[in-house]
Design a protein around this ligand. Structure first.
Ligand code: 4AD
Length: 453
């Protein structure tokens, strides 16, 4: 085996052998081409999909987009390049010279010397029509094509940027990234919203479970993170999460992404809320700094038409009843339309792992939810019950002692006060972009009665 350093050295050698030919045109992403200052005839090749074609007497104008930015690159060509195949939606490769544009709308444009249509696109059959701003509901029918529109392009670029920003936040703040399992034998939330995992074909001994125990798709990586927080004081995970909720609501998916963090040696909800707030702010600042045009497009074309749904008229529920969407909306409105932390929930409403506040006849647990305008619950978190005897009693009452013996072990061997939270990533995107329906902020939405592609 080559050591990492020797491998890198060998790779460097390879790349210097294959140096570019002196007059070859450089392949550029559209974003990079648009960013060239003082263009003066550099020979470049650009590849992408045609977003518009405008044919004048002697000149042909094309706009080509490759997904690297919202803006497309203007191609200026002699009208002799016009062909029946060069239509909206077709894929092309253009070679030419990058020059300063005379128009105020862009800095640079590509003077085409060669245009190749790589794949034609039949306009009549193509569900996305030239110059039409299709409603998001319409586009949802075409999960294989909707990424070619400006709106989905912007949303998905923001999604990618926000993913990177979340990783940066945790890295910059000393968290260790843990890959928690997708297949698990626990039901962390105890809500029974599990998808069971079984082999599709009959195994040789059909009466046996593949894993010997029932196995499910994870509803949360929390319990595995708690294991890790017993060795690395600050950990996080960010991956797909599955809930068999029979809901087609605009804020529920059967497969969504959750950002989860677990922090050892904290004993107040304040400490937890501070991390939640910092994560939200740092991620949003980075998204705004790195893709302002994409965010602006969403705010311009999606958020204004957002349906607000029913009005939040309902008052808060009685003590001991859970908060429903209507109540969450009421709270957010009542607090002036800003994000609101709700803390210390009745113990009976929450899962077994939350820390008992030991506060009398109507016991509460140290839980915290962050509610945000337009979306409702964005974060859910809590301090965890780190005291062996209290946890043991609670598990025994629910008949879970055997299943969670390993979890009790954590309280027996070097237990520490700790807490953590989970943030629904799609709900986060809905919140910052003003997207009404969660199905529009994930590339391939899965929900009851729908698993397209
Ligand atoms: O409040 P939840 O259920 O918390 C947990 O699962 C904890 N174990 C997390 C932790 O402490 N590590 O879920 C966390 C967040 C919710 O606030 C919500 O934003 C999102 O996950 N969420 C969903 N998002 C989309 N579709 C669904 N079906 C969701 N269910 C929860």
């Amino acid at each position: 085996m080559l050591g990492a350093r020797r491998l890198l050295g060998a790779l460097r050698l390879c790349s210097s052998v294959s140096c570019p030919r002196p007059h070859a045109s450089v392949r550029l992403r559209v974003r990079d081409a648009l960013g060239v200052q003082d263009a003066s005839g550099e020979r470049v090749t650009v590849q992408g999909w045609v977003r518009s074609v405008r044919s004048q007497k002697e000149v042909l104008f094309l706009h080509v987009n490759d997904g690297s930015s919202l803006e497309s690159l203007q191609i200026v060509a002699d009208s002799s390049f016009d062909s029946r195949e060069l239509t909206f939606g077709s894929s092309v490769q253009v070679q030419g010279q990058l020059v300063k544009s005379l128009s105020k709308r862009q800095n640079v444009e590509l003077k085409a010397e060669k245009i190749e249509v790589i794949g034609s696109c039949e306009a009549k059959a193509f569900p996305i029509k030239y110059k039409e701003r299709h409603p998001l509901e319409y586009l949802r029918q075409y999960p294989h094509l909707r990424c070619r529109t400006n709106t989905l392009g912007s949303i998905l670029r923001v999604r990618s940027e926000a993913t990177a920003a979340i990783h940066s936040y945790f890295k910059d703040n000393g968290f260790v990234h843990i890959h928690t399992p997708v297949i698990t034998s626990n039901d962390c939330e105890g809500a029974g919203e599990l998808f069971q995992v079984e082999p599709s074909s009959k195994m040789k001994v059909p009466e046996e479970n593949f894993f010997d125990v029932p196995a499910f798709l994870t509803v949360s990586g929390q319990l595995h993170l708690e294991v890790m927080s017993g060795a690395f004081a600050q950990v996080f995970t960010f991956g797909p999460t599955f809930r068999a909720e029979n809901s087609q609501s605009r804020r529920h998916l059967a497969e969504f992404y959750m950002v989860e963090a677990e922090i050892a040696f904290i004993d107040s909800l304040q400490d937890l809320m501070q991390v939640m707030e910092e994560l939200f702010k740092a991620t949003t600042e980075m998204v705004l700094a790195n893709c302002p045009e994409d965010v602006a497009l969403c705010h311009r074309f999606i958020a204004p038409g957002q349906k607000t749904g029913t009005h939040a008229e309902k008052q808060l529920p009685n003590w001991g009843e859970d908060l429903h969407t209507e109540h969450e909306k009421y709270l957010v409105r009542h607090c002036g339309g800003t994000p609101v932390f709700v803390i210390n929930y009745p113990a009976a409403l929450k899962p077994f792992y939350m820390r008992d506040n030991e506060d009398g006849p109507q016991p509460t647990v140290a839980a915290v939810d962050l509610l945000v305008p337009g979306v409702g619950e964005l974060f859910g978190g809590s301090l965890r019950e780190e005291r062996y005897h209290i946890l043991e009693q609670r598990l025994a009452r629910s008949g879970l002692t055997e299943v969670y013996q390993w979890y009790l072990d954590l309280r027996q061997f070097g237990s520490v006060p700790h807490g953590g939270f989970g943030m629904g990533f799609e709900r986060y995107l809905q919140c910052i972009l003003g997207v009404d329906n969660i199905k529009d902020v994930i590339p391939f939405p899965r929900f009851t009665h729908s698993c397209l592609l």
